[in-house]
Design a protein around this ligand. Sequence first.
Ligand code: HEM
Ligand SMILES: *[C@@H]1O[C@H](CO)[C@@H](O)[C@H](O)[C@H]1NC(C)=O
Ligand SMILES: *[C@@H]1O[C@H](CO)[C@@H](O)[C@H](O)[C@H]1NC(C)=O
Length: 487
Amino acid sequence: MTASLVLCSLTFILALIIFIFIKRKQTKLNLPPGNMGWPFLGETIGYLRPYSVTTLGEFMETHIARYGRIYKSHLFGEPTIVSADAGLNRFILQNEGKLFECSYPKSIGGILGKWSMLVVVGDMHRDMRMISINFLSHARLRSQLLREVEKHALLVLNSWEEDSTFSAQDEAKKFTFNLMAEHIMSLDPGELETEKLKKEYVTFMKGVISPPLNFPGTPYRKALKSRSTILKFIEGKMEERVQLIQEGKDSTEEEDLLNWVLKHSNLSTEQILDLILSLLFAGHETSSVAIALAIYFLPGCPRAIQQLREEHLAIAREKKKSGETELTWEDYKKMEFTHCVVNETLRYGNVVRFLHRKAIKDVRYKGYDIPCGWKVLPVISAAHLDPLLFDQPQHFDPWRWQSDANRGSISSCPSGSTGSNTFMPFGGGPRLCTGSELAKLEMVVFIHHLVLNYQWELIDETDQAFAYPYVDFPRGLSIRVQRHLSV
Ligand code: HEM
Ligand SMILES: *[C@@H]1O[C@H](CO)[C@@H](O)[C@H](O)[C@H]1NC(C)=O
Ligand SMILES: *[C@@H]1O[C@H](CO)[C@@H](O)[C@H](O)[C@H]1NC(C)=O
């Protein structure tokens, strides 16, 4: 009796000490200001409310106004530090694996797979990253991808009929999907199996971006089903390929990703499937949105279209003279103004608006504490729309990217650089997008043939881009096109 009383009071005292200790530690912490919102839900609903693509959205704007560029909140079921601070964002991305770690919500892992590149960390991430870097290397871009990109751009653009109206977003998706499907698994556009995969993939995508409610009939549930259909398809391709490799009948000179992974890596079947699915996802959704955004922004800036046309006409004429038919890497490098348009589209449109991380140590930054285990959301779009970093950020102004030498005036950017310091549409650090060079190549080559061949107009003012926060044109971005008479 006495013994249990003593034990009881000891436990109580111990609990009290721990409680006081935690309380002291917490009060000593200097968390950023902010509002934790409702229990469990926190502020997630406000955070995910759709907004116009060229803004940061009301939630972000009011929170920054109230609390500053670093604030605390409760999002996706976890206590979270949101950072719209360019310096902290760089710090977070650069310290991947040391102070912070990639940490996407569970639902993403459920659908992209537990071996998806967006989800894996540590050695596994390093190995998969090596594969994707190899697959998207500069040498491959020059020797193989440039040709494939041009082929697929022309395939889509040549199918457009004079004076017709259609969804530019769908056309951009067709382009990037066909390109990835060919480069990853040698699927031909238009073939039955490619079309079936594309259809399945649309259902799959709807689930990636919808709430993870696994009930019959929800988009998430349907997407999980699509996921297994797609994986079965890829697995079938894999088995065919293993057979060919064993028989020594695989073609070695133009290897696709599937071949390369089977021959050069130790990944298990399950890992290869998730890797391929995540590359298809990462390499298709983002760059098609970027192309749609360029089609959307440019008509608001006729002077830019004019300058683009001059740049591409000059190149096309020169090629005609020398009898060349395909674009070369030198042509690509010459498209300087187009590169400015690409950067400006990525800055203004922000295809990826924020990333998911968590602190794996207690971190102090500018006097604020970020406790170990908290989610951290670097909002990489915030710097791109910050008037202190980009002069008149609400203007689509490709010329801001021209080097001072070219335009003979002072840089419009007070920080002195529109450079990699604050501009990070592709993230940064050890998880920097491995497809950034391919994405730019796709955008530039598509724009090249677009402005050479067509004039286009947006036919519906209400057909706009929104951030959900993934970027989408809910009405598809309808355009009407007219062919230019001659090149
Ligand atoms: C305009 C188009 C694109 C944008 C804006 C974009 C943006 C990004 C961003 C911000 C990340 C970092 C994610 C994070 O840190 O959590 C990322 C990662 C990645 N992207 Fe892209 N991306 C684009 C196109 C592509 C393309 C065409 C590919 C080609 C397959 C690709 C493949 C990848 C891969 C594999 C990763 C994961 C890298 C890693 O974890 O090490 N992306 N992308
Ligand atoms: C695959 O595994 C073997 C033996 O386990 C090892 O020697 C080789 O380096 C590994 N290759 C790769 C690409 O990881
Ligand atoms: C576009 O931005 C990148 C940084 O991501 C920079 O290195 C490049 O020079 C910029 N291009 C132009 C034409 O300014």
